[in-house]
Design a protein around this ligand. Structure first.
Ligand SMILES: [Fe+2]
Ligand SMILES: [Fe+2]
Length: 372
């Protein structure tokens, strides 16, 4: 058979030429629900990861009004969640934004509540605008402001709402739904009482576990996710600003800090990681690539990223993705202000399964050639 990739015409790869006899043989094998491995081997064992997603940017200027329109069109009680999801043009079949990650923009107005449910998929939220939002996770109520990051780990009961005194809120949801479905492991349940009732103090998770470098001396935690459910923007930005004063940062990511489970130092949830990175004024990183998919939300500032040789200009609240094993580099547009990128990713999966690989671009002083 014809080899599309000239690298495949070597000993060790499948390079059997077609013949009438073989074609007949393949047809007989197919009748038995079998096939000759060498007809598919080069496809199913690529030389390196072949991302199935496009790099995409979803601009807030285009999306915000459309998301807000949904307030008048559907009620959260009927929609389950009132979300406009981000659909990668190459991943329509699995409703993914990138790779095996799902993302969407959810909107709720003051006084609204979305009922409690749980699922095997892990979820997170990054607040984009509004005040008075809250999430309740297994009875722990967490109040949320813009650019806060909150967890709803797999298997936990969770619900969202906006206080009567709040404003219309928009936030980004991030889930590993496509991954969970690919592994045929997803479950979903609606809370028997529709909403949780709890006597736990509001923000108890943050009060107990949210102090930098300090843990409750007499409490233990045995769940596989972070006991700290919310990571506030103020604390995150302060930490990044302080760190920026004492580090050169990464040549590929600028000044970056991971959100972690304070009890273990590991990722906040089993399957998804998250980080915030600061690009200092005028900073432009070099390109690298790695396994794992990244979905970014611009938390602050403006700039551009070059992903797979294409330039994507971004500003606050824009969302964009970097598919697996695709070259990427980031640049801050401002010479005086920093820019911050929130990201969530599937790197914990890559690392736990032994699939994590990273490579720096060496050519052209570490920068991609941008396609027209
Ligand atoms: Fe959920
Ligand atoms: Fe990266």
């Amino acid at each position: 058979m014809a080899n599309a990739d000239p690298r495949d015409d070597v000993l060790g790869r499948a390079r059997v030429k077609d013949s009438a006899e073989l074609t007949a043989y393949y047809e007989e094998l197919a009748e038995l629900e079998t096939g000759a491995l060498w007809t598919v081997a080069n496809d199913i064992e690529p030389w390196e990861p072949t991302p199935k997603s496009d790099p995409v940017i979803w601009r807030y200027a285009d999306l915000r009004e459309q998301v807000i329109r949904s307030i008048d069109l559907v009620r959260p009680e009927d929609a389950g969640r009132r979300v406009i999801y981000l659909r990668n043009p190459k991943r329509k079949d699995v409703s993914a934004a990138c790779g095996w990650l799902y993302s969407g923009i959810q909107v709720m107005k003051q006084g609204e509540r979305a009922g409690a449910h749980n699922h095997a998929a892990s979820a997170l939220r990054f607040i984009m605008e509004g005040s008075g939002a809250y999430t309740i996770v297994d009875g722990h109520k967490v109040t949320l402001g813009a650019r806060d990051f909150v967890l709803t780990p797999n298997g936990t009961w969770h619900e969202h709402g906006i206080e009567e005194t709040g404003t219309t809120c928009l936030w980004q949801d991030g889930l590993d739904i496509p991954l969970t479905n690919a592994l045929e492991a997803n479950f979903y349940a609606v809370h028997p009482d529709d909403y949780q009732s709890s006597n736990l103090p509001v923000n108890d998770s943050i009060a107990a576990w949210g102090a930098p470098g300090l843990l409750p001396a007499t409490e233990t935690w045995d769940k596989p996710y972070s006991p700290l459910l919310k990571f506030s923007w103020e604390q995150t930005y302060e930490a990044l600003s302080n760190y920026a004063k004492v580090t050169d940062g990464s040549p590929y990511d600028g000044v970056m800090m991971r959100y972690v489970n304070p009890y273990t130092g590991g990722d906040p949830m089993l399957t998804m990681g998250a980080a915030m990175q600061m690009l200092r004024p005028g900073e432009a990183t070099k390109a690298h690539r790695h396994t794992g998919n990244i979905i970014y939300n611009v938390a602050k500032g403006s700039g551009h990223s070059i992903i797979g040789g294409k330039r994507f200009d971004w500003k606050e609240n824009d969302i964009f993705c970097v598919p697996a094993w695709m070259w990427h580099e980031h640049a801050n547009a401002s010479a005086s202000e920093d820019a911050c990128l929130f990201q969530f990713n599937d790197l914990p999966v890559m690392k736990k399964l032994g699939f994590y690989k990273e490579q720096a671009l060496v050519d052209n002083d570490g920068h991609q050639i941008v396609a027209d």
